[in-house]
Write a protein that binds this ligand. Structure first.
Ligand code: ATR
Length: 275
């Protein structure tokens, strides 16, 4: 019988996951379909029960449900529990199990450019939902140090305290970070500042960045944010959010099917969708 997968969110029509995942099911000749589910916050509980009742094989979860879905699932993987958000659900013999592949997806994508992360001194900008998974997975990957700057430093302190992997961290304001940029090998931009249509915005000025550093932005629309443009003109290497998107999807696909898919093909597919 055909297996049903999907992605639930609000809004959802812009999601690139259905085309990317259906292409993988075709490629590996799997009898499965991946569908966008428009689910509002009011409808979340009913939607989860309904999907369970019809025997959904698995689904992704996106904004705004990543945290609210947790009490509605049967089990939560320890990493997802620590992060406090679920982006992937697998139906394991009738039990819905929640996982989070965002942070590990980010790290897998980054390793395409920086194969060994140990020894890296990192600055993460932002302390929101996306930042949590990234911080935890970077700590797990064994970087030397991750400092966090955020408009509200208290939120970054909270994030740091809940991380299950030990890593050296200092928290400060964005202004302070701007003065210290030359200390970092890697800058990770995790806020939504600079995302279309606000393409003229950046969370901080990169005037002090050292040319040998690497700048990474989780945004992929536009492909080159103001943050990445500034980094690039200072001589730094850059990576946009496509890899994180592709690898979080690849890890979800692996959780569902046991197969780690062709990420080059996924990337081409996503770039085609972005036009
Ligand atoms: P997400 O779950 O997508 O990461 P979020 O939890 O709302 O979104 O977090 C957004 C991040 O962007 C936070 O780090 C937020 O800073 P605060 O913790 O101070 O709220 C940051 N952010 C959002 N708008 C901002 C702005 N105008 N200036 C600076 N930082 C901003």
């Amino acid at each position: 019988m055909k297996k049903l997968y999907g992605v639930m969110g609000d809004p959802i029509s812009h999601s690139m996951s259905p085309v990317m995942m259906n292409d993988l099911f075709d490629l590996y000749e799997m009898d499965a379909a991946y569908v966008p589910f428009h689910v509002t916050s009011d409808g979340l509980e009913t939607a989860v029960k309904g999907l369970k009742a019809i025997g959904v094989a698995g689904f992704n979860v996106t904004v705004p449900h990543k945290t609210d879905i947790m009490p509605l699932l049967d089990e939560i993987d320890p990493l997802a529990k620590a992060i406090g958000a679920v982006n992937t659900v697998k139906n394991q013999e009738g039990k819905l199990i929640g996982y989070n592949t965002d942070g590990r997806g980010y790290v897998r994508g980054l390793k395409e450019e920086i194969p060994s992360l140990s020894g890296q001194t990192v600055l993460m900008i932002g302390a929101g939902g996306a930042a949590r998974g990234i911080y935890f997975s970077m700590a797990e990957a064994g970087v030397k140090r991750i400092d966090i700057c955020n408009r509200t430093p208290a939120k970054a302190v909270e994030l740091m305290k809940t991380c299950p992997f030990p890593v050296e961290t200092e928290v400060f304001t964005i202004e302070k970070a701007e003065e210290r940029l030359e200390q970092y090998d890697l800058l990770i931009q995790t806020t939504l500042i600079g995302m279309a249509p606000n393409i003229e915005e950046a969370p901080l000025s990169l005037k002090g960045i050292k040319p040998a550093s690497f700048a990474s932005d989780i945004i992929y629309n536009p492909l080159e944010t103001k943050f990445l443009k500034e980094a690039s003109s200072a001589g730094a290497r850059t990576q946009n959010g496509i890899e994180m998107f592709v690898y979080q999807g690849a890890l979800a696909f692996e959780i569902w099917t046991g197969l780690f898919p062709d990420t080059e093909r996924m990337k081409e597919n996503v770039l085609k969708q972005l036009g």
